[in-house]
Structures are given as structure tokens and as C-alpha cells.
Ligand binder design. Structure first.
Ligand SMILES: Cc1cc2nc3c(=O)[nH]c(=O)nc-3n(C[C@H](O)[C@H](O)[C@H](O)COP(=O)(O)OP(=O)(O)OC[C@H]3O[C@@H](n4cnc5c(N)ncnc54)[C@H](O)[C@@H]3O)c2cc1C
Ligand SMILES: NC(=O)c1ccc[n+]([C@@H]2O[C@H](COP(=O)([O-])OP(=O)(O)OC[C@H]3O[C@@H](n4cnc5c(N)ncnc54)[C@H](OP(=O)(O)O)[C@@H]3O)[C@@H](O)[C@H]2O)c1
Length: 250
């Protein structure tokens, strides 16, 4: 199939039993943070003998190599479990061209940028925040990472680097299935509804101040969108600019 090229795995980091990062050297086209590539393996074919390719967001910023992809293994999933078994030196197939519109260039201006993720969907935000763009465009940046357990709060070194931006940056972890001293408990939509998220950073989730990106678990994205609509925010579309920009991982 046109457009596929071969990459070499240079590192596989295992964060937990089910969370992994794959670092890959490959001559892909330039991309914008928030875009994704498609990974495939030569021996991963579906029942029709077609290559199984799946989308994965870039975690590295465009200026850095190797390419970085952060993923969880899905029980019975045909590709993610095979990707998790790769070792340095193995080959992986990628598309040359990036895809997707979950990017800062699709967002209108606002004072506050809210970047809200469940699980591995923190990846695209780590790519965005390692460029100058969000820091130049927004007065405040709030990164929200919602996970089940504290061990799933990964990429702490990268997130720690954003603290160089001082009060412009806030990180709000949510840990839903165990107590954690620094994290908010429960789920993001409930904390939006109760005001707990806004109180945590002392910023309003209001249409006159906020641009919100939501990524990951489709139920979180849907539930959070409904809460934000009740607060007066609207979906952001090219023809009808608004405040809520989303990407579902499944
Ligand atoms: C635009 C886009 C970007 C994506 N980027 C990433 C990424 O950066 N990291 C990442 O981990 N995944 C990402 N995904 C999901 C990824 O493409 C795969 O679907 C996932 O890795 C599972 O692949 P699989 O072949 O093993 O199982 P699949 O056959 O793809 O999925 C089997 C089932 O598992 C569920 N599922 C799929 N993905 C997930 C997931 N991530 N978590 C929980 N359940 C899931 C769905 O119900 C699906 O029907 C992205 C998806 C989209 C649409
Ligand atoms: N994390 C694990 O240990 C684990 C283990 C085995 C399999 N899996 C499977 O892997 C997949 C991904 O798991 P994950 O833990 O990365 O992601 P996840 O299930 O999306 O959970 C990440 C965070 O999103 C929250 N969430 C779930 N549904 C939500 C909703 N409707 N609204 C708002 N928040 C919501 C979760 O809260 P809640 O805790 O309240 O759900 C959790 O805090 C799931 O399909 C899961 O079945 C996960």
C-alpha cells in the first residue's frame, strides 16, 4: 500500500504491565503536535490478510527524534499486544504522512487552554507543550491527566519540565481508584460539574475565557462535553468556531 515506510524501534519503555512507550526512528513527514501516525507490523494481518494498522498520536514534539508513541495494551487487541513485545532493532511500519486535526492551529484564541486526557491520551498534549506555541498564545495552560491508579501518572519528567513556565502552567492529576494526596478523586466531568476542577486552579471554565481540548476515553469526552455545554461552551468547528475540541481514542 502506498505511503507505508519502515521504522526501527530504538527503545521500548515499560511503565506498567499495560502501559508502554515505543521510540522509533523513521523518516516521516513533518507533523503538527496533536496529529497521529499509523503503526503496523508485517506479521499482524487481519482475517482477510490485510495489514492491521492503528492510529497513535505523536508524543515527541516535531523538533525531536526519535518518534515517541505511548500506548496501553488492550486485552485481545490484535496490534497493541504485538507492539508491546517489540525490542530495540525490530522494525515497525508507519505512514509517511501525518493525519488529524486535533491541533492548536484549529483553536480560536482564549486566555486559558485546558488540555484534558484520560490514560494514554496525554500524549498529544506532551507534544504540544514541548513547542513554544501554547506558551505564546495562552495566558494560562491547565493540563489534566485522569487515570485509575497513581502508577499510571507517567511522563513525570516531561511534565516537570513545564513547571519552568511558573504560574502560567498548572497540572491537575485525577486518580479515580485509589487515594492520592496530590490528585483530585473521581472523574473529570463530575469535578467540572461540582466546580472542584475550577477551584483547584482558580480559573473559570467559561466561554469567554476557555478553550478546552478533550482526548481519550470516548465516554469521558462525551460526558465532559455535556457538562461544558451546560456551562455555555460550544463545540469548536471550522465553520462555527467554539470552545470544545475533541478526539476519541476508541
Ligand atoms: C486518532 C487516534 C489516535 C490514537 N492514539 C493512540 C495513542 O496514542 N495511544 C493509544 O494507546 N491508543 C491510541 N489510539 C487507539 C489505538 O489506535 C488502538 O485502537 C489501540 O492501541 C488498540 O489496538 P489493538 O489493535 O490492540 O485493538 P483494536 O482492535 O484497535 O481495539 C479493540 C477494542 O479495544 C478498545 N480500545 C481501543 N483502543 C483503546 C485504548 N487506547 N484504550 C482502551 N481501549 C481501547 C476498543 O473498544 C476497541 O474496539 C488512537 C486511536 C485514534 C482513533
Ligand atoms: N487501568 C487498568 O488497570 C486496566 C487494567 C486492565 C484493563 N484495562 C482496560 O484498558 C482500557 C483503558 O484503561 P485506562 O485505565 O487506560 O483508561 P480508562 O478506563 O479510560 O480510565 C482512565 C480514567 O478515565 C476515567 N473514566 C472512565 N470512564 C469515564 C467517563 N465516562 N467519564 C469520565 N471519566 C471516565 C476513569 O475513571 P474510573 O476509574 O471511575 O472508571 C479513569 O480515571 C479500558 O478499556 C480498561 O478496561 C485497564
Amino acid at each position: 500500500m502506498a505511503g507505508w515506510l519502515q521504522g526501527e524501534v530504538v527503545e521500548r519503555k515499560r511503565w506498567t504491565e499495560r502501559l508502554h512507550s515505543l521510540r522509533v526512528d523513521a523518516p516521516v513527514d513533518p507533523f503538527e503536535p496533536g496529529q497521529f501516525n499509523r503503526l503496523a507490523l508485517a506479521l499482524a494481518l487481519d482475517i482477510d490478510g490485510e495489514r492491521v494498522g492503528r492510529p497513535y498520536s505523536y508524543v515527541n514534539p516535531p523538533s525531536q527524534t526519535p518518534l515517541d508513541f505511548y500506548f496501553n495494551t488492550v486485552p485481545g487487541g490484535p496490534l497493541s499486544n504485538r507492539l508491546a513485545a517489540l525490542e530495540p532493532g525490530d522494525t515497525v511500519q508507519l505512514m509517511s504522512r501525518p493525519q488529524g486535526f486535533f491541533t492548536l492551529s484549529e483553536l480560536p484564541d482564549a486566555d486559558v487552554l485546558w488540555l484534558i486526557a484520560t490514560g494514554t491520551a496525554i500524549g498529544p498534549y506532551l507534544s504540544m507543550l514541548r513547542t513554544d506555541t501554547p506558551w505564546k498564545r495562552f495566558k494560562r495552560v491547565v493540563l489534566v491527566h485522569a487515570v485509575r491508579t497513581a502508577e499510571e501518572l507517567t511522563y513525570g519528567d516531561v511534565i516537570g519540565g513545564f513547571r519552568d513556565h511558573g504560574a502560567q502552567f498548572s497540572f491537575v492529576p485525577f486518580v479515580s481508584r485509589e487515594a492520592h494526596p496530590q490528585a483530585l478523586p473521581g472523574r473529570v466531568p463530575a469535578a467540572m460539574e461540582s466546580g472542584a476542577l475550577e477551584r483547584r486552579v482558580d480559573l473559570p471554565l467559561s466561554p469567554d475565557a476557555a478553550q478546552v481540548m478533550l482526548c481519550g476515553n470516548p465516554d469521558m469526552v462525551r460526558d465532559a462535553t455535556e457538562v461544558l455545554k451546560a456551562k455555555g461552551l460550544r463545540r469548536n468547528r471550522r465553520r462555527t468556531p467554539g470552545h470544545i475540541t475533541t478526539e476519541h481514542y476508541w
